[in-house]
Each structure stands twice: as C-alpha cells, then as structure tokens.
Design a protein around this ligand. Structure first.
Ligand SMILES: Cc1cc2nc3c(=O)[nH]c(=O)nc-3n(C[C@H](O)[C@H](O)[C@H](O)COP(=O)(O)OP(=O)(O)OC[C@H]3O[C@@H](n4cnc5c(N)ncnc54)[C@H](O)[C@@H]3O)c2cc1C
Length: 437
C-alpha cells in the first residue's frame, strides 16, 4: 500500500473482513398499499451499540420499534471501534458523587460498574457470535505519580464494591511483555469483542424480537404533529410516540444544535499479521486488553486469530492515509520492541465523540424526543448500557433514570472544531512529553 492511498475507515478495517454475516435489512420504503407513512411506538435513529441495545430491550418488552440507520450496520463508531469492553467513565467515583450528589452519583457508578458484565451476559443470553473474551483489562502507568492515581482510584471504586487490582513494575512486565511501565491496574470484568460482529448479531436478535432495522435510511426530518412525531427519510415516513437519537459522533444537522454538544476526535487502529505463539506468550499473554494512561492513550488487544490490534489518536479528517499511522507505529515499536519486524495488515479509524464535561448524556430535547450519546471513547460497554437505560426510561415513562437526564453544554466555535482538535492534540502531546509520559 502506498503512503498516499486513501484508507476507508470502515471498509478497510479488520472487523469488516472477519465479521459474522449481516442480517438482511432493507431501506424504509412506502407501505405495500402505496402510502408513505407507517406507524409504530418508537423510532430509533442510528443502529450502533446504543440504538440496537435500546431496540433489543424495547422489542423484547413488546414495544413496536423501528430502527433507521443512515448507512450499513456498524458504519458509525460501533463497527470500527477497538472493541474493548471497559469499565468506567473519565470521572472517578468520587468526582461523579461530587458532580451528581450522593444518591444520584451512586446510581451512575452502579450503572458504570455493571456495564461490562451487562455486555458479556447479553452476549451469552442471546448467543451473539462476536468472539467475546472476558479476560480483563490492564491500564498501564508510565510514572509513579500516575500509578499513585491508580491506587487511589482502586480504593475509590472499592468503596462501591467494584474490585480493581494493582500491579507493580515486575508484575506489569509479566502481564504486558514490556518494561515501559512502572505499574498498572487490572479490571477483571473487562474484555473485548469483535465490534462489527456484535453490532450485526444484535441486529439479528432485535429482528427476532419483531423490531425492524432499516439500513441505508438516513432520517432527513423530524416534526411534531398532532399524531406524534413524524420521522421522514427520502422515501417514506414513520409516525411514532417517541424518537430516540443514538447517533453519537456521527450526529448530523437533523436536530438543531445537537451536534454542537460534541466534538468528533478521530482515533486510528491497525492490526498486525497473526503473531507467532512465542510473541503472543510474551505480549499481553492470556488475552488481557491494554490501555496506557497518558493524555494521548495507546490501546490494544488481540483478535480471534492472534492479530494484535493497536490504536491511538488520528488526524482531523474522516479519510485516512497510511502516513497517518507513522506515529502509532513509532509508539508501538518504542513500547513493544519485539514488534519491530511485524507486518501491519489492516489500517482503519473513525470518530470518537467528546463532550464538554467528558461524560455521556441523556437529553430530552422535547417531550418524546430523547438523545443518548457522548461516550468520550468508552462506548462499547457504556453505549450498550445507555441503550438499556434509554429503553427503561421509555418503558417506565419517567425521568427517574439511573443516568441523569441533563442539558449538555455546547462547544463554542463548533464550526472550527477540527482545527481546535488538532491544536488540542498537539498540546496534549507536548504536555505528555514534558511530563515524561
Ligand atoms: C477507532 C475507534 C476505536 C474505539 N475503541 C473503543 C474501545 O475499544 N472501547 C470503547 O468502549 N469505545 C471505543 N470507541 C468508541 C465507541 O466505538 C463508541 O462510543 C460507540 O460505538 C458509540 O456507539 P453508538 O451506537 O452510540 O454510535 P455509532 O456506532 O456511531 O452509531 C451511530 C449511527 O447513527 C447513524 N446516523 C447518524 N445520523 C443519522 C441519521 N440522520 N439518520 C439515520 N442514521 C444516522 C450513523 O450512520 C451511525 O451508524 C472507539 C471508537 C473509534 C472510532
């Protein structure tokens, strides 16, 4: 592949090559009687982890649901992601209590704590074929100061019954195969999945429960009418009581101002050739997943064939070039020198939705029009859990949701977001460098 050849962040991914087949799905057409309008209880916009999990819970509780997805299944972040099913948000339990108060904060922490097991239990319960591995996650600390932060974070989580264990330098080297870190923290309930397979398998099960998933059906307009919400695509319309917006980093201008609550940051991933067993026994033996604790993180895991998939931040655009991976290759070689001669077979990437307070949100934009999104790079477990919480909100017809219903702040100067993100990444890289990270 030449340095300048454009890389399609979805089509060129490892996941697209190895995923379980997609269930058959069609765009939303006019009704068989030629009418443009259909009726249902809930329309979900966006068929990624969030939308599909919401649909699954709603449909399995007898709600008449339709999902409208602009492209093919998984075309958003869900089908491109690293697939790490991780615990936690960007704020610690203590910070969450500080922000939301004792009782609400505890419910948020509980939802966050349950999220990884929620995903793995769902996979077992519905026999989702998505190469699920629940062998834990290790977060690596580059400096003693960062390792001390991990110690207090583990204590903080322990107060809420969530167990994290700590590794010293020697244990860390055994767990990861690198001497680059002074210590680490392990979350045993975490793990990884093949994210595009998980998405497609969720869609298969959702359909079995009677919900209809329409791919290639971008929603172009939402209007409140006397009969409920009218949801339009170029071909047809749906009328429903409730619309769930599950569009995360791929949110467009459908609802005025919603896109301004998030800034899309790109993350890129590459996958190696299948590694020989000797290397797999040395680097992340046992199938644990890995993230290092810097401002600009590096994350990795194996796929089912022993390919190491490793990622970090990307450029400020949606199409990638091979040269966009140079920095990632340099960082990988510095941390795992054993990988110097390894061939990198796949390169891809996508958008991560960053919010102002670094937390996801549920936002009731108008009665019956609800958005759930903003995962800041932690949407595999949290997006799945959020989908279930959004469904609970509709099923209970109340605002008493485990995750608070809030009004997210908007980013000023959103038009210049890509320039701002580019500057912020350079600044973060400089601070990591100056602090020896
Ligand atoms: C490279 C990369 C690596 C990542 N790694 C991890 C990881 O290892 N662990 C982790 O926890 N998180 C990770 N993330 C983040 C995670 O993938 C996301 O948080 C998660 O997929 C969000 O799921 P979602 O369903 O909310 O959104 P998406 O999967 O993005 O789905 C939104 C969908 O909405 C559709 N849409 C948008 N507008 C419309 C419209 N008008 N009409 C119809 N449909 C519309 C889009 O086409 C899209 O398919 C990663 C993200 C990227 C990009």
């Amino acid at each position: 592949m030449t340095e300048t050849k454009l890389i399609d962040g979805f089509a060129d991914s490892l996941w697209n090559k190895t995923a379980t087949d997609a269930p058959v799905s069609e765009p939303l057409h006019k009704t068989s009687t030629g009418h443009a309008a259909h009726k249902c209880d809930v329309v979900i916009v966006g068929a990624g982890f969030t939308g599909l999990n919401a649909a699954l819970k709603l449909a399995s509780n007898g709600v008449d649901v339709r999902l409208l997805e602009a492209g093919q299944l998984g075309i958003g972040s869900s089908g491109r992601s690293g697939g790490q099913v991780n615990l936690g948000l960007n704020l610690s339990p203590a910070q969450l209590i500080n922000k939301f108060g004792e009782s609400r904060g505890e419910r948020v922490i509980d939802a966050v704590g349950q999220a990884p097991n929620y995903v793995f239990n769902l996979i077992k319960q519905h026999h989702l074929h998505c190469d699920a591995v629940q062998k834990g996650w290790v977060q690596a600390a580059v400096t003693p100061a960062l390792h001390r932060q991990q110690e207090s974070l583990a204590e903080d989580y322990a107060r809420f019954g969530i167990e994290l264990s700590l590794l010293d330098k020697a244990a860390m080297q055994t767990a990861t195969g690198t001497s680059a870190y002074v210590g680490g923290m392990v979350c045993p309930v975490a793990g990884c999945i093949q994210p595009l397979s998980y998405t497609r398998e969720l869609a298969r099960v959702v359909s079995q429960f009677g919900a209809t998933v329409h791919t290639e059906s971008p929603v172009t307009q939402l209007e409140k009418t006397s009969e409920g919400w009218r949801v339009s695509t170029a071909q047809a319309q749906l009328t429903c009581n409730t619309v769930l917006l599950c569009t995360n980093a791929y949110t467009d201008s459908l609802v005025s101002g919603l896109a301004k609550t998030m800034v899309p940051v790109r993350s890129v991933l590459m996958a190696s050739e299948p590694l020989p067993q000797s290397l797999r026994d040395e680097i992340l033996p046992g199938g644990i997943t890995f993230v290092d604790k810097r401002r600009l993180i590096l994350y990795c895991r194996y796929d089912r064939d022993g390919r190491l998939c490793i990622g970090d931040h990307g450029p400020s655009r949606d199409m990638f070039k091979l040269s966009d991976f140079d920095n990632l290759k340099k960082r990988t070689n510095a941390i795992f020198p054993q990988l110097r001669d390894v061939r990198w077979d796949y390169h891809w990437g996508g958008r991560v939705a960053m919010t102002k307070d670094t937390l996801p949100f549920i936002h009731e934009i108008a009665p019956g029009l609800i958005a759930g999104m903003g995962y800041n790079g932690r949407g595999v477990a949290m997006g799945s859990m959020m989908g279930a919480l959004l469904a609970d909100k509709i099923l209970s017809d109340s605002n008493d949701c485990a995750f608070p219903v809030t009004r997210p702040d908007k980013f000023k100067m959103h038009l210049f977001r890509d320039i701002g993100v580019g500057v912020a990444i350079k600044w973060a890289a400089l601070r990591d460098y100056l602090e020896g990270l």
